[in-house]
Design a protein around this ligand. Structure first.
Ligand code: NAP
Length: 300
């Protein structure tokens, strides 16, 4: 099978490495060149529709995992045009190229399509993004479904090891605590993040089975950021006393944040294996880190 992964950031790099072990896989980068063991890499700007079509006809993928996006929530809030061009129009370009070539599209969406007032959202719940990033991810979903009616749309929240050195939630906790830095973590903001390595495995099974439509694929239960930080500390044997609870109400964000974006993943969990609880997945993240996972990537 041939696989194309757009983007090679936190999630795309993990998919490239994981899928490249058994399938002919290409991952793309735009501004941050990378090489990934066992996976080809190509430059691509998804805002350039011709370039998207060219890479799809060059790599002839059976499945395209579209992870490329601008995920900086505060940046998107003050750069609407750019955010829209990448997250909405870029997604449309990828979807059009998939439809034209017959490739299956897996569009990676976000828990930020919800307003965070209720939490425990199912695939049927009302979408209502409260910041521009969430708005553009929703527009990307709509473009994917419009251009590629059989697309698989995955709403998620992620953490993991990032070869580019940018922190995700868990690595922010480990790097802070390892250097003895006290951190303040919200005990009243809830989410359901999943380890990128688990997500990559589940999504490949879903794609191979021909799943289509909207699925939540995320952590198995709602957890506050503070409680997850404590679990991260436990999994890494780090000092939990450095983690102090605080409230999102005391924080100042440029873009508003939804307070409870936990996702109900029972639809996906009833059909697909591979979901780990937080203790299991943090243990896996630690063993990957200790086992030299990041040595599989070279930042050029
Ligand atoms: N991170 C999260 O917490 C989170 C939560 C929910 C959903 N998601 C979704 O998961 C997906 C992956 O997120 P991530 O955390 O892996 O993001 P990331 O680490 O920031 O990586 C984003 C990737 O997109 C590429 N990209 C950006 N603009 C591009 C453009 N114009 N053309 C082509 N590629 C472009 C970047 O390439 P260069 O760096 O080379 O420019 C990078 O490889 C996104 O769709 C995001 O919306 C993420």
């Amino acid at each position: 099978m041939r696989i194309l992964v757009t983007g090679s950031g936190l999630l795309g790099s993990c998919m490239g490495l994981s899928y490249g072990k058994a399938h002919e896989t290409t991952a793309t980068y735009n501004r941050h060149p990378i090489s990934i063991d066992g996976c080809g890499t190509e430059k691509l700007d998804i805002c350039d529709a011709g370039a998207v079509e060219k890479i799809v006809s060059l790599t002839k993928p059976d499945i395209v995992f579209h992870t490329a996006a601008n995920v900086d929530v505060d940046y998107c809030e003050s750069h609407h045009e750019e955010a829209h061009a990448i997250n909405a129009e870029g997604a449309a370009n990828v979807a059009k190229a998939c439809e034209k070539s017959g490739a299956m599209l897996v569009y990676i969406s976000s828990d930020f399509v919800f307003d965070g007032k209720a939490g425990n959202y199912s695939e049927k719940d009302k979408i209502n993004p409260i910041n521009y990033y969430g708005q553009t991810k929703l527009e990307g979903e709509k473009a994917a479904m419009r251009e590629c009616p059989d697309a698989l749309i995955v709403r998620t929240s992620i953490y993991g090891l990032n070869p580019h050195g940018r922190n995700s939630f868990a690595t922010w906790v480990t790097s802070s605590l390892s250097s003895g830095r006290e951190i303040k973590v919200f005990n009243d903001m809830y989410f359901t993040p999943i380890l990128t390595n688990s997500l990559a495995g589940i999504l490949l099974s879903m794609a191979k089975s021909g799943a289509s439509g909207i699925y939540n694929v995320a952590g198995v239960s709602s957890i506050s950021k503070y409680d997850l930080a404590l679990k991260v500390a436990d999994a890494h044997g780090l000092d939990k006393n450095l983690i102090k609870p605080n409230s999102w109400r005391d924080a100042e964000f440029k873009a508003p944040r939804p307070v409870d974006v936990s996702l109900d993943c029972s639809k996906a969990r009833s059909k697909f294996p591979g979901f780990l609880d937080y203790d299991e997945s943090l243990k896996l993240m630690r063993s990957l880190s200790d086992g030299g996972y990041l040595k599989s990537f070279t930042i050029k």
